[in-house]
Design a protein around this ligand. Structure first.
Ligand code: GLU
Length: 503
């Protein structure tokens, strides 16, 4: 049986958008499901678009996501090197092979000549003209020049590209794992450049050469590559290689469902569209990540898995292992998948609730220390335990509940106005006394006092909560007071009583 080998092949042209992470995830799930090998290949042949730090960013992001590789620039492996910039010789060799087989040709046209060709055709009403079977005969290439001239141009060091010679009047059918059979007419395809004037391959050549040499069996990638696949299949045929099986993933759409989600949409709608933050001197190009915004990687993976796939059951919560088990290419959907930020917040909340308190403390420890807050672990564990059902992101733990660490500086006005009665001051003083003397069982004791004195809970408890936290939101009041300690809690109540007295 042939081996199952998949790859994720990002171009380090900038930070990895959430769509790229989804592609990596689906490849990972499929590779793991089939007991196959997962390869990371860095497609860095486009020197003009190369961005410093992008490769490191991609590797760090995928690690954080829990997407692991068996082979790649870090792991090494039998099919390396895994950076295309280190594999130049392979591409040149196969570009020559395509030339020798008559499926590619040298093209000497200068950028000006190419512009002129397009302008001339535009004048005749042909817009978006292609370098193809119709136009190649009028251009300066090894199909129109005689071989002596071609050799001379090359010997003279004239810059040239190598183009693929697309056959005329054929149909190419892609058997796509998601879309079924998709047919392209070769007359609609252009003679793509496969080797550039700088001797570097274009994406198309490098991609198929490496998929072949790395024995990639399945390619799962974004829909934007579907039309290139016809070029790729032709190159496999010309080189007499077996093509991998392809599956093209649906687009990720904006929250409105209208149009493709773009990297700028994050800033526009106020949510991250990158896994981890990306810094840039230009604020327009700096992006917050899910990690920094308080999302757990498990939640992001679960959410992304559902962005274009579903198991066909009611189950929504899936660990990575469960995703591996449940995943199948057949259940990937064809239509675009709407990026629903409320949904990822929901997933994140579920994962926060399911995460043990110790791990959550790790998530907030830096912020606790930066703010100079009390950082003993038992206290913080109790804190996250009380708050975990009340936050959607780990970044909300502290800002939503600073009263665990600091005394309130103001008191919810509406509650004070409506619920606080001067007549009850002696009762509050008595309650403060009870609190100061009891470290446990506070709920029963305070409630007992309220009942015994013929008071209503509604007269006392909201005021007590506001005195302790400043606001009406928060976890169980008595548990919270016990965590803060009897001294601190009664002190807070006294400070409140003084402040209303003065006010
Ligand atoms: N380097 C391409 C990209 O950045 C890879 C596409 C493919 O998977 O073939 O998306």
């Amino acid at each position: 049986m042939s081996k199952v080998r998949l790859r994720f092949a990002p171009s380090p042209t900038g930070p990895l958008h959430i769509g790229g992470v989804r592609t990596a995830l689906y490849n990972y799930l499929y590779a793991r499901k089939r007991g196959g090998t997962f390869v990371l290949r860095i497609e860095d042949t486009d020197q003009t678009r190369y961005m410093e730090g992008a490769e490191e960013y991609i590797i760090e992001s995928l690690k954080w996501c829990g997407i692991t590789f068996d082979e790649g620039p870090e792991q090494g492996g039998d099919y390396g090197p895994y950076r295309q910039s280190e594999r130049k010789d392979h591409y040149q060799k196969y570009a020559m092979e395509l030339l020798n087989r008559g499926h590619a040709y040298y093209a000497f046209d200068t950028p000006e000549e190419l512009d002129k060709m397009r302008a001339d055709l535009a004048e005749k009403g042909i817009h978006s003209a292609k370098y193809n079977y119709e136009t190649r005969g009028n251009m300066r290439n090894s199909l129109t020049l005689d071989s002596e001239e071609v050799n001379k141009l090359i010997d003279d060091g004239t810059p040239y590209t190598i183009r693929l010679k697309i056959p005329q009047d054929e149909s190419i059918t892609i058997k796509d794992g998601v879309r079924g059979e998709v047919t392209f007419q070769t007359n609609e395809l252009d003679d793509k450049v496969i080797l550039k004037a700088d001797g570097m391959p274009t994406y198309h050549l490098a991609n198929i050469v490496d998929d072949h040499l790395m024995e990639i069996s399945h390619v799962i990638r974004g829909e934007e590559w579907l039309s290139s696949t016809s070029h790729h299949l032709l190159m496999y045929r010309f080189l007499e290689w077996k093509a991998p099986l392809y599956a093209h993933l649906p687009l990720i759409l904006k929250p409105s469902g209208k149009g493709k989600l773009s990297k700028r949409d994050g800033a526009k709608f106020g949510f991250p569209v990158f896994p981890i933050s990306w810094d840039s001197d230009n604020p327009e190009d700096a992006f917050t990540g899910f990690r920094e915004d308080g999302f757990l990687p498990e939640a992001l993976m679960n959410f992304l898995a559902f962005l274009g796939w579903n198991p066909g059951t009611e189950q929504e919560m899936f660990s990575m292992d469960e995703l591996v088990e449940a995943f199948s290419v057949e259940k990937i959907v064809k239509s675009g998948a709407r990026f629903d930020f409320d949904k990822i917040k929901w997933f994140n909340q579920q994962y926060i609730i399911a995460t043990d308190d110790d791990t959550l403390v790790d998530q907030i420890m830096d912020e606790v220390r930066e703010r100079g807050y009390r950082d003993d672990r038992d206290f913080l564990k109790a804190f996250v335990g009380m708050m975990k059902e009340r936050v959607e992101k780990t970044s909300e733990f502290i800002p939503n509940a600073t009263y665990f660490f600091e005394r309130p500086v103001s008191y919810d006005e509406k509650t004070v106005r409506k619920k606080f009665k001067e007549d009850n001051v002696p009762h509050f003083k008595a309650i403060s006394e009870i609190i100061s003397q009891n470290n446990s069982g506070l709920a029963d004791k305070v409630k007992g006092y309220i009942k015994d004195n013929g008071l209503g809970f509604g007269q006392i408890l909201p005021v007590l909560r506001v005195a302790i936290t400043g606001s009406m939101q928060g976890p169980d009041l008595f548990e919270m007071m016990e965590l803060l300690g009897s001294e601190e809690s009664s002190e807070r109540l006294n400070i409140f009583l003084e402040s209303v007295n003065q006010g």
